[in-house]
Design a protein around this ligand. Structure first.
Ligand code: BGP
Length: 480
């Protein structure tokens, strides 16, 4: 065991992260309405659907499986799961509220009491173990009705539905939840708009226009949520959530350096700038001009955005991106979900996500020097195939190695002067993968007996990493 000393502040928020659609199941229970994750099939088609356009948003059980429908059945097993999180010593647990449990169609006036009561039970259970909930208001689960009837976040009307939803949950859970986040990986829509925006642009020409218009509506919605949170729960903290993948220039050719810089501005910093500073950054004007983007900005929109700036920045970090201006098909990084070219210095996961712990230190430094706002790593982890040995153990030392190096990198960043609030590793219990819709891409400290074909007992088992993470938390990141 390596006893490397780290400098995590007292009260550092160690825990794990999930999203409703990837754990709950019970997709049609408790009056829940259908959301976008409920119509996404698992398997090979999934990533193509996420990246392309023309998806019809219907359930077709003859040809596809829908893994999110049962997921890992957290809806019925949350007590057992929370007890295991408590055993690891979690200080916080990040989860999302399924909008469709509260407003099954999204546009009703009155909320669904059964849905509200479910999260009351979950929060009470967490609180009974002194685990604080960290709640994402919207994590890739837009009501399907809003997608079909309004075109998702293409429509300005959706702002008021979201505002209603947000006000209801802030008021209901004001005494139970003190950490909030608005939209999960809001900038991820630049790669995969379907999950968070509820539409995929029909053609390349409209792509930027539609995506940035939807961002504008989401910024207003997010700012209204921030403002409501400050009014309703004055002692709460509310953040944004950015998918952060630092962009490296492939080499020192200035053409590649400026290309990487501009890609980084657009992908990593554009949404964060608006959330944190409350205004559109200067660099985006040129981009809008070149792409002929004209936003519908109405009177008052920019004031709302200015007033609703966040308290902290939540980020997911899985990989970096190395890029150059001109790249051949062969040079492209296979599977690296944020694109770019292969980085010769890095290894990749079985899904091609390049593993780069130093990149996390770089990301935290970049974000902190730009904003001087507390940072919260709310997703990070290794998706891997796990094997159960004959004696029932699961020796996921590769996962421990990955996490150790990333925790060390955070420790370095803290020593660099970064203000870091916490770390919730992604998929602390195995769950349905977002990009593949499968179970076999596992992230958990806790194994769930469920297979890609839907079979399995759903029994929970501790992996080696469970015992490792417990010690990490106990020692506040000193025993790694
Ligand atoms: C993030 C999402 C999560 C999650 C994670 C891992 O982008 O916020 O919902 O699933 O990535 O991705 P995957 O499940 O595709 O491995």
């Amino acid at each position: 065991m390596n006893n490397e000393q780290t400098k995590f502040p007292e009260g550092f928020l160690w825990g794990g992260a999930t999203a409703a659609n990837q754990i709950e199941g019970g997709f049609d229970e408790g009056n829940k309405g259908l959301n976008i994750a409920d119509v996404l099939p698992g398997g090979k088609e999934r990533l193509n659907i996420l990246m392309s356009s023309g998806f019809n948003f219907e359930i077709d059980r003859e040809n596809y499986r829908y893994p999110n429908h049962e997921a890992i059945d957290f809806y019925h097993r949350y007590k057992e799961d929370i007890a295991l999180f408590a055993e690891m010593g979690f200080k916080v647990f990040r989860l999302s509220i399924a909008w469709t449990r509260i407003f099954p169609n999204g546009d009703e006036q009155e909320p669904n009491e059964e849905g509200l009561a479910f999260y009351d039970r979950v929060f009470d259970e967490l609180i009974s173990y002194e685990i604080e909930p960290v709640v994402t208001i919207s994590h890739y689960e837009m009501p399907l009705h809003l997608v079909k009837e309004y075109g998702g976040w293409r429509s300005r009307q959706v702002i008021s539905f979201f505002e209603n939803y947000t006000n209801v949950i802030l008021k209901r859970y004001k005494d139970k939840v003190k950490y909030w986040m608005t939209f999960n990986e809001i900038n991820g829509a630049l790669k995969m708009p379907i999950m968070s925006m509820g539409f995929s642009p029909q053609n390349e020409d409209d792509r930027y226009q539609e995506t940035f218009q939807a961002f504008h509506y989401q910024f207003i919605a997010s700012s209204l949520a921030v403002k409501a949170c400050k009014d309703i729960i004055p002692d709460a903290k509310i953040g944004c959530m950015i998918l952060f993948a630092p962009v490296y220039s492939y080499d020192s050719n200035p053409e590649n350096v400026i290309y990487a810089l501009k890609e980084e501005e657009l992908f990593n910093f554009f949404c964060a700038d608006v959330h944190v500073r409350g205004e559109y950054p200067a660099f985006i004007k040129r981009f809008f001009k070149e792409k002929k983007i004209k936003l519908d900005i109405q009177d008052g929109d920019l004031d709302i955005i200015k007033e609703g700036t966040v308290d902290y920045i939540g980020l997911s970090y899985y990989m970096s991106r190395t890029d150059k201006k001109e790249k051949t098909q062969e040079e492209k990084a296979q599977g690296n979900i944020v694109g770019g070219v292969k980085n010769p210095f890095l290894k990749a996961s079985d899904w091609g996500w390049e593993i780069d712990p130093v990149g996390l230190r770089i990301s935290l430094n970049k974000l902190y020097s730009r904003y001087q706002l507390p940072l919260f790593v709310v997703e990070n982890g290794l998706g891997a195939y796990d094997k159960i040995e004959e004696d029932g153990s699961i020796n996921d030392d590769y996962r421990i190695d990955y996490l150790r190096e990333h925790v060390q990198a955070m420790g370095e960043a803290v020593e660099d002067g970064v203000e870091l609030m916490g770390y919730t590793s992604w998929g602390c219990i195995d769950l349905v993968s977002m990009s593949t819709g499968e179970m076999s891409k596992r992230y958990g400290f806790i194994y769930v007996d469920k297979n890609d074909d839907g079979s399995g007992t759903l029994e929970r088992k501790k992996k080696n990493s469970f015992h490792w993470y417990k010690k990490v938390i106990e020692s506040n990141g000193e025993v790694l």
